[in-house]
Every structure is written in C-alpha cells, then in structure tokens.
Design a protein around this ligand. Sequence first.
Ligand code: ADP
Length: 242
Amino acid sequence: MTLYTLENVRQRYGAREVLCVPSMTIDEGEVLALVGPSGAGKSTLLRLLAFLEAPTMGQVGLHLNGTRPVTFESATIDIRRQIAVSFQRPLLLSRSVRANVAYGLTLRGQKDDARVDAMLERLKLDHLADARPRTLSGGEIQRVSLARAMLLQPRVLLLDEPTANLDPHNITLIETFLQEQRRETGITLVIVTHNIYQARRLADRVALLYEGDLVEVAPKQIFFDTPADARTQAFVSGTLIY
Ligand code: ADP
C-alpha cells in the first residue's frame, strides 16, 4: 500500500529552488534511505514529509486507511500525530531521561509507566532513567529522542542523520532498535543518512538527491549494483565528493 505520494513537488526559499521531486511514492512499511551530498535537499524533503512545511508547488499526500490523501493544509492534529520525527540534534527538556521519554504521552494526557520502562530498557537507557540530559553522551541523547518518538506508536518515523558522529556501539544499538521496531510494528521509516553503509544495512530502497533533484530511487540492490544514473554510480563508488 502506498503511504505517501509526491507530485511535482518543488520547494523554494526566496528565489532559490532547493528541491524538485517530479514524482515519488513511499510504501507503507518500507525503509527508505535518502542519501546525497550536504545541501542536496534531504532535510527539506523530510520536513515536507513531516508536514512541518508546505511545498511551494505540487503536493505531498499522506494516505491513511485508503482515504483521500491528506496534505499539509488538511492534516489534523490526529493525523500529524501519526508522523514522528527524530532530528539530528534532538532537543531535550532539562528533566529526567524518564520524563523526556514519557513527554509525548504526558502531552496527550496519558500515563503508562510500564510502556515507558519497556522502552527505556529496549534502548539500554534503564540505568539512566533518573539522569539529566546535560550529563548524557551524544548517543544517549539520540536514543532518548528515539524512545520518545517510538513510544507514541507512530505510523511513520522520519529520521535525520540518526547516527551522525556516533560511535559503533551506539550505531549498532540504534540500527538494531530500528530493525526490531520495523519488524514488530510495520512502521514506515525514512532515514536521511550520509553513510551509504547504513543505507545498505537498513534500507529496502534508496533515493539519491543531488543539488535539489531526485536523481534516482531504486531497490537497494539495484541502487548499489546497477544504478541507472551516472551520478548514482559516482556517488556509490565514492567519486562524487560529499
Ligand atoms: P541536506 O539535508 O541534503 O544537507 P537541506 O535540505 O538541509 O540539505 O538544504 C538544501 C538547501 O536549502 C541548502 O542549500 C540550504 O542552505 C537551503 N535551505 C534549507 N533550509 C532553508 C531555509 N529555511 N531557508 C533558506 N534556505 C534553506
């Protein structure tokens, strides 16, 4: 089933066009990696998928339960709650790790200590439940952000460089968590990553953005082994500098 359809999407900031996606779909339950050099438009695309911004032109439609697609303009708060975002530099409150993880539930007037505990455990944060964010490492902060997002049981999780600058231990922890969540919940994941090895490990399909253009989106094996576009070939072989 299709979760997102993008049609003739363009995003301009001032006079500058930073993204152009003539056509793309994202399937429910898939893991899509967005790769490309810095400034290619990856985060911009993620913000459009999150309904944090409306495109200058065209339509980003989210299909839930086979209904007419909802867009930035028509998405209600309940629909927006189906979409979780984990940013590269997550903002945490200066409260305990536990309070940060539970924060989304608290905002919704809910409380479920057992679920919070289970999520802390899954991300190996249980021993840090009472710690304050300022004492945490980058990897721990990223794990708190992921726990907070997944606790809300979204339909789609949009991740902007979830493991940038992290050590191998944290990368493995986070990747394993994402794979488990996907298996258990069928969640759709869209991951912006600089790391093509991470795209190889996690993704079903990979999309290359280059200078604002969607160059190619293909199943992982085709993307890496027999890409159609010369720029994709250059990117995966490392001759396109990024
Ligand atoms: P990537 O995530 O691939 O590094 P971005 O989507 O962050 O790329 O940025 C694409 C281009 O759009 C960059 O040149 C960036 O400077 C520009 N840009 C991003 N956000 C804004 C904004 N809010 N206002 C103006 N320019 C922006």
